[in-house]
Design a protein around this ligand. Structure first.
Ligand SMILES: CC(=O)N[C@@H](CC(=O)O)C(=O)O
Ligand SMILES: [Zn+2]
Length: 346
């Protein structure tokens, strides 16, 4: 099955090769140099966030490990790498959050709000994080944040991007995907006019989410932790090579872009009246066709997907999303192209 999916990915890349040509021709007239590489500032300050959600234990465990002095695994020449526990109070209690979801409160408005007695703990913490790693949107902000998450869904190693126009992170994802092959590493794009949320990592110039599953919250699995660890190591390698002057030619990757959140069927008192259908369970990133079953009622009746186009579900049966009234998200495949990049010399 994985073999098939890879072949499909390859032919898909070929189809979109013409797109890539167009991108590099267009960019000749822009700010590109004569050899078509956009020059970008070096990426010197990188943070590794764990425990943004206190019960997602791979990131919590890795950050604790890396915080031991002089950890060579995350050290790279010319790079300052800071492991950081984003929500220590939630980590202590092994829960997602104390008052509200930290990974939803990084709107500029929250970050500038005067603190009051009833300010939620996570909003206070967001302001601290913003002052250490931001300010969000400013020149002083950290260059890049890897934010480490786990999901109960069968999403494998997933990278989460917030912008389709960030050449550096698209190039990095392309590198990580190549380094992990033949294992697949889907890229999930949360860019959307109203479904995008204000993440912890968004204080950095280049925000990168790392989402690995399936793993129950509050549980550590060695296989899942190892997948997360590999992504971080390859990501840091990419940054080191970029800073050292390596040029990366234009690239196009396949991404899954969020298009809609789907809630469970609910009754009069808002209670859930159907479960994720067994045919959909664990099928993240697999095509969901019109007419396929998505839910199963207690009477054994299947509820079908009534859309008109094929979509690719993700976060199927994510435990943390029951309270967000979300059974899964629908995504569509999209080509993400980046210009060639190399580090600016001055
Ligand atoms: C299961 C989970 O926590 N997922 C993350 C996804 C992300 O970091 O964008 C969240 O909802 O914040
Ligand atoms: Zn999380």
């Amino acid at each position: 099955m994985e073999e098939e999916q890879r072949d499909a990915n390859n032919s898909w890349d070929l189809i979109h090769f013409s797109l890539l040509d167009v991108a590099s021709i267009e960019s000749r007239s822009g700010e590109m140099t004569s050899s078509h590489f956009a020059e970008e500032a070096p990426v010197r300050r990188v943070a590794l966030f764990g425990g943004t959600h206190g019960n997602e234990l791979s990131g919590v465990f890795l950050v604790k490990h890396w915080q031991q002095e002089g950890e060579p695994e995350i050290r790279r020449p010319g790079l300052q790498t800071k492991p950081f526990m984003a929500n220590p109070r939630a980590v202590e209690k092994c829960c997602r959050y104390i008052d509200c979801d930290l990974n939803r409160v990084f709107e500029k408005e929250n970050l500038g709000k005067p603190l009051a007695e009833n300010t939620p703990y996570e909003v206070q913490r967001a302001q601290e994080i913003n002052s250490i790693f931001g300010p969000k949107g400013s020149r002083d902000a950290y260059d890049l944040i890897f934010d480490l998450h786990n999901t109960t869904a069968n999403m494998g190693s997933t990278l989460i991007l917030e912008s389709s126009r960030d050449d550096f992170t698209i190039q990095m994802c392309s590198y990580i995907k190549g380094a992990l092959a033949p294992e697949v590493c889907p890229v999930f794009l949360i860019e959307h006019p109203h479904l995008k949320y204000a993440t912890t990592r968004s204080v950095a110039k280049h925000p990168v989410g790392v989402e690995v599953g399936p793993q129950p919250h509050g549980v550590l699995r060695a296989d899942i932790l190892e997948k997360m660890r590999k992504i971080v190591r390859h990501g840091l390698d990419f940054i080191r090579m970029f800073n050292a002057g390596q040029a990366f030619p234009p690239c196009t990757i396949e991404a899954y872009k969020i298009v809609e959140k789907v809630d469970y069927p609910r009754g009069k008192n808002n209670e859930i009246t159907a479960l994720i259908h067994p045919d959909l369970q664990d099928q993240d990133w697999r095509p969901l066709h019109p007419g396929d079953p998505i839910f199963l009622t207690m009477e054994g009746e299947a509820i079908l997907y009534e859309g008109e186009t094929t979509v690719y579900p993700a976060f199927v049966n994510e435990a943390a999303y029951y309270e967000k009234q979300q059974a899964f998200v629908k995504t569509v495949k999209e080509a993400l192209s980046a210009r060639g990049i190399r580090v600016s010399q001055n």
